[in-house]
Design a protein around this ligand. Sequence first.
Ligand code: ADP
Ligand code: MG
Length: 470
Amino acid sequence: MSHTTESNSVDNASGFESLPLRSEILAAAEALGYSTMTPVQSQSLPTLIEGRDLIAQAKTGSGKTAAFAISLLNRLDESQYHTQALIVCPTRELAEQVAEEIRRLARGIPNVKTLTLCGGRPMGPQLASLKRAPHIVVGTPGRLLKHLEKQTLKINRVETLVLDEADRMLGMGFIEDIDDIDDYLPTTRQTLLFSATYPDEIAQLSASFQTDPVDIRIESETLNAQIKETFYKVDRVDRLQVILRLLALHKPESTLIFCNQKHQCEQLKDDLWDEKLHASALHGDMEQYERDRTLIQFSNKSSSILVATDVAARGLDINELDLVINFELSADPEVHIHRVGRTGRAGRTGTAASLVMGSEENRLAAINNYRGTAHASVSADTLPAWGQFKLYPPMVTLSIGGGKRDKLRPGDILGALTASKEIEGIAIGKITVLDKITYVAITQECAKKALSLLNDGKIKGKRYQARRLR
Ligand code: ADP
Ligand code: MG
């Protein structure tokens, strides 16, 4: 028998200390400011800790990662150098976010090794890292299989398998890879399946991979009252104009625009550049480094508009979105709800605007039908003219030609920029240090000065090339 917990069950607002967890994990959760458990955490962790299988559905941003991370870390024996937990994710960005969250929660436990193994990355460093088996592996299906086939990765003693964003993996056609990965896993293990939606295929996946799972469903994503949603009637040829007028109306700092197809993302991005707007596209055909750079520019507020496909945007932990625009409606109401749910997070208000061509009215009807709403598409004539409106991102991203391999840390960059006191710390935004490159956000006003400080000076006694990203 599996137990289903409905969304409206009482959320016991307690902290992690109510659970039998290692003190290092409790301390890490506290240091991260996780004072109360989210609903998916409080409902799943007691059974997770017992070692049972679990299938959980909860919306994006509900804290699913920490739920499984805490459980698998609690089970981990760091003195044993074999791979004890395997997390399979649909995309590299998700895998990296998951690995980061695990590392943050594992901070107090000495010598826990967490490795990401994803496609689009060179094999060499991965092979080197695998010389000593990592305790925890997070990866994408194809690359994991490659290592399993080469026998560079051994998962025959894994205790916990996590399939994260399982619906997305099915949608991307990873089912066969996952089946193949399963052949390398021990049959006795804990299997956790996380999914934001619950199509039939998920039930099938669960049936073939899990044993008597506990079933938890937290509020299928319904419309958040904090989100103001409007549907605008448009003709195909007017869509760009309507988007510009929406930007003029809302003056958003960060906007996510969804397209159904990759080529539309590229086209719309180019059209927005032609209007002197800083827009970036995010979709599956991009090189990994481009995706990294795009996400960094968007999240550090040096790009105002991200034009993405559902797959590319899915699960990304982007907060503080003012506006979500649907360039086209999705044919799947559930997908629509996900898109719209990207704004209005964490108690903030959000705005969602959808363009509806005559041929898409049936999609709007399906959305209304699915969530029991009664939205009608309205004329876009009331929107202000685009006119002279300008939308500049507040920040600029500078890239520095050195990274973790050069032992650079965010503090080194901050130091290099602020040492002469010409730039104040407050003008500096997010600093992201990758392997060979570092990105630093800086206010528009200070960008020029920062660039000359970086190019004329040294960081940790060494010269690095810095340039301004477009
Ligand atoms: P999901 O996988 O459900 O989409 P994530 O695991 O990515 O969501 O979590 C979303 C955000 O919530 C992350 O930034 C994470 O740090 C934060 N978070 C997770 N658990 C807690 C908690 N108990 N209290 C506060 N913030 C939390
Ligand atoms: Mg997640």
